[in-house]
Design a protein around this ligand. Structure first.
Ligand SMILES: Cc1cc2nc3c(=O)[nH]c(=O)nc-3n(C[C@H](O)[C@H](O)[C@H](O)COP(=O)(O)OP(=O)(O)OC[C@H]3O[C@@H](n4cnc5c(N)ncnc54)[C@H](O)[C@@H]3O)c2cc1C
Ligand code: FES
Length: 283
């Protein structure tokens, strides 16, 4: 059991947890993620990015948006309680090189994994311009943290309630037009990453995206996270999570992400695995 050391609510549906996980804290690199399992062997495994980590304290920071059952159950956990399993670090670290100017684009919860990546690019000597966006002011997270690792920070909201009233692609396009962007890293909802990649395509600027496909085992065995990248089928958990945004089949990825939505939304849906688990426990 991995103990929750600190919990903080960042917005209505977003929670930050500092969790004891010394093995991950020691080995983790920007861009990687963990798979957590809240309960025993019958509870769902979900992938989460590591927003920060402290090798001395042996802790990692997770930032979680409540979208369904497991993220809701996690949001109800309190300090002192635990998470049964934290598996990681998984996936490949971000390739951090000195390239010049890097634009880091974060949408909603995507700002959480972006923060350590922006910090690493800055530490490597790059000029970092960050753009963070959300639908409305309350959904902007980690503004101070992103400011502290960026040479310039642009905040956008769709409804204009804070910062600039724009989609993140607007300032991204302007920066590309100004002509000195060497690399873009975009992390957020698939639709946002798709349009960031479309924005940079005509400028020929390298664009890295971090994909949030559905995952099951996180080890390349189940095929749940497969995605088409160029002419190849890739597994996000072991080949990614980062890929060349100009090659990703975002439409196919979004279709796969939505595939289980009707079952999740079915009013009386009850997970069969849960039933098996209850039966085995005699409930
Ligand atoms: C590498 C990686 C890193 C991630 N990092 C984070 C993170 O740091 N913080 C965070 O809050 N979430 C993160 N996610 C997404 C997170 O794993 C899902 O939100 C979670 O699995 C949903 O589980 P659930 O049981 O609560 O919801 P479910 O009941 O499984 O799903 C509820 C709704 O969310 C959608 N959904 C399910 N899985 C995903 C997904 N992977 N991406 C987008 N939508 C999904 C479903 O289509 C459905 O509409 C990450 C995903 C990946 C692959
Ligand atoms: S999650 Fe199973 S292959 Fe990637």
């Amino acid at each position: 059991m991995r103990r929750i050391v600190r919990k903080r609510q960042l917005s209505e549906n977003v929670f930050q947890f500092v969790v004891e996980a010394p093995h991950v804290a020691k080995a983790h690199r920007p861009g990687q993620f963990v798979v957590i399992q809240l309960e025993d062997e019958f509870s769902e495994r979900i992938p989460l990015s590591v927003a920060d980590w402290d090798p001395e304290a042996g802790t990692i920071t997770l930032i979680v948006q409540v979208v369904g059952k497991t993220t809701r159950m996690l949001s109800l956990r309190q300090e002192g309680e635990g998470i049964a399993h934290v598996l990681g670090p998984l996936g490949n670290p971000t390739d951090i090189e000195k390239v010049g100017t890097v634009v880091c684009v974060g949408g909603g919860i995507g700002t959480a994994p972006l923060h350590p990546i922006a910090r690493a690019f800055r530490r490597k000597g790059n000029r970092v311009i960050s753009i963070i966006g959300a639908r409305t002011k309350d959904l902007i997270i980690l503004e101070d943290e992103m400011r502290s690792v960026s040479d310039e920070l642009i905040v956008c909201t769709d409804d204009g309630s804070y910062g600039r009233k724009a989609l993140v692609t607007e300032p991204l396009k302007e920066l590309c037009e100004q002509g000195d962007v060497n690399e873009v890293v975009a992390i957020g909802p698939p639709i946002m990453m798709k349009f960031c990649a479309e924005t940079t395509r005509s400028f020929g600027i390298k664009t890295v995206v971090s994909l949030n496909t559905i995952m099951v085992d996180g080890t390349g065995m189940c095929g749940g996270c497969r995605v088409k990248v160029g002419d190849e089928i890739k597994f996000v958990c072991v080949d990614g999570p980062e890929f060349d945004g100009h090659l990703v089949d975002f439409d196919g990825m979004m279709r796969r992400l939505a595939a289980y939505r009707p079952m999740e939304q079915e009013k009386d849906h009850r997970c069969k695995l849960e039933l098996v688990g209850n039966e085995r426990r005699g409930e």
